[in-house]
Write a protein that binds this ligand. Structure first.
Ligand code: SF4
Ligand code: SF4
Length: 444
């Protein structure tokens, strides 16, 4: 018996006070096992399809061990100490109660979920620990729906897919001190995307009629990927704008990429933009991050872009404690001296990124924070963008919530853009520090 369970779609409770659920014998795959349907009288709303269904079952706490019968009895804890079983696909549900849940309160609870299409997803929810009469507290950022203090976690729905990023691979010709994605000449954790894979997503955008105006290519160093010019060409040919993030060093300056870039710029003009990473306007700071001589190499690349009519912008960093006005003045002086057509005062042409300190203790963002901070879910990147990556040895690419969390599997949303339209829970420190509190955006 499970007392007082509820089923939600988003924040709407469809049914409540479910007192009995059929017990299904534990197995690796419970497809075809019996389950009951629950009818809700709530009117259907379109967002239910993207919000997905969620079953909330109050956590069972150890209450009594009867040596005579060798049985453990549990009792229901009070909210918000709740176990939440979540699935993001429209479906029917079957929930199994593993046999060991009734026999050992310290064993992991394993959940099997089966939807109408026959897909099985499993997830180890959490360990039920027996520490006196209380369950273990949630760690910060661990639960997709609840903060450690029991508040509803902030979530962001995809308002409109305006920018689709492609991570062309994590290999890079250099290894910067503070590379957010840990790129280097040896890190191939994200493999090269190829033209056919990118075209699949371009096709899907057309088929679904998505309002995706901009295609971003990031790495690693995108010009190491031999398909980059063809991938950019394919996106431009279909009428999209293309933004390529590059260090403008040797990989871009090889003969073939230069020839391709000059051709693309001549054919598509300002719809092609290269955003060059120039950490600081002074060689001293830039080279401290990227290695001696890297400032000079990037400037040489920028001069070539200038001379060949390729539109460019700059991305810098703010790790030197310099105020923004001084930093923009420094960049403005450099651009003027070099004849670069970049407006240092324009935040989309000269993007200054805050640092992402993984060790910093940041607050969790609850649903109530939006009002307190006077921010809107629509303002963060995952409201308008997604990123496609291909993990090393993976058969096909996967779509992530954003560019910032390339290695965290909790932010994988599916293989297709249709699947990736679902809501994102902000349960990573970057969500708080970089997006909600820092207000950063990756797009132009
Ligand atoms: S150039 Fe960019 S991708 Fe390469 S290591 Fe530096 S920050 Fe990372
Ligand atoms: S890091 Fe930012 S863009 Fe990425 S999921 Fe979190 S809030 Fe969204």
């Amino acid at each position: 018996m499970i007392e007082a369970a509820s089923i939600y779609a988003g924040s709407t409770r469809l049914v409540q006070n479910l007192n009995f659920m059929p017990r299904v014998r534990y197995a690796e795959n419970i497809a075809g096992a019996p389950a009951n349907c629950v009818a809700s009288t709530k009117p259907w709303r379109a967002e239910f399809a993207t919000e997905g269904a969620r079953v909330e079952i109050p956590r069972l706490q150890f209450a009594l061990y009867d040596e005579a019968s060798n049985r453990v009895t549990f009792r229901q804890s009070a909210r918000p100490d709740i176990v939440k079983y979540r699935c993001n696909r429209p479906h029917e549900w079957i929930i199994s109660a593993p046999a060991h849940l009734t026999g050992c309160a310290a064993a992991p609870t394993l959940l099997r979920r089966e939807n109408a299409q026959g897909r099985v997803m499993n997830r180890q929810i959490e360990r039920h620990r027996v520490e006196g009469q209380s369950g273990a507290p949630l760690a910060k950022f661990s639960d997709p729906d609840w903060t450690a203090t029991g508040e509803r976690r902030a979530r962001v729905g995809l308002r409109a897919l305006k920018t689709l990023w492609f991570n062309t691979g994590t290999l890079c010709n250099i290894a910067c001190e503070n590379c957010y994605i840990l790129s280097s000449p040896t890190n191939d954790a994200l493999a090269y995307l190829n033209l056919a894979e990118v075209e699949t997503y371009l096709d899907e955008i057309a088929t679904l009629g998505l309002p995706t105006g901009e295609m971003g290519f990031t790495g690693g160093e995108p010009f190491l990927n031999p398909d980059l010019p063809a991938m950019a060409d394919a996106a431009l040919e279909r009428g999209h704008r293309v933004l390529i993030l590059t260090n403008a060093m040797r990989p871009m300056m090889r003969k073939a990429p230069r020839k391709a870039l000059a051709s693309l710029a001549a054919r598509f003009g300002e719809r092609l933009v290269l955003r060059v990473s120039l950490d600081h306007y002074a060689a001293l700071h830039h080279d401290a991050e990227r290695g001696v001589g890297s400032f000079a190499a990037s400037l040489a690349g920028m001069r070539w872009l200038r001379d060949n009519g390729v539109r460019m912008t700059v991305a810098g960093r703010t790790i030197w404690g310099e105020d923004e006005v001084s930093a923009r003045a420094g960049y403005a002086a450099l651009f003027a001296a070099e004849g670069f057509a970049i407006d240092a005062a324009d935040r989309s042409e000269c993007v200054l990124f805050p640092e992402m300190d993984d060790s910093a203790d940041v607050p969790e963002i609850s649903a109530a924070c939006w009002g307190v901070l006077n921010k809107r879910p629509d303002d963060v990147m995952c409201a308008t963008s997604r990123m496609v990556v291909k993990r090393r040895a993976a058969a096909r690419p996967v779509v992530l919530a954003c560019t910032l969390l390339a290695y965290d599997p909790r932010f994988e949303l599916g293989h297709t853009l249709a699947e990736a339209q679902r809501t994102v829970s902000l349960n990573h420190p970057h969500c708080a520090k970089f997006c909600v509190l820092g207000g950063a955006t990756c797009s132009a």
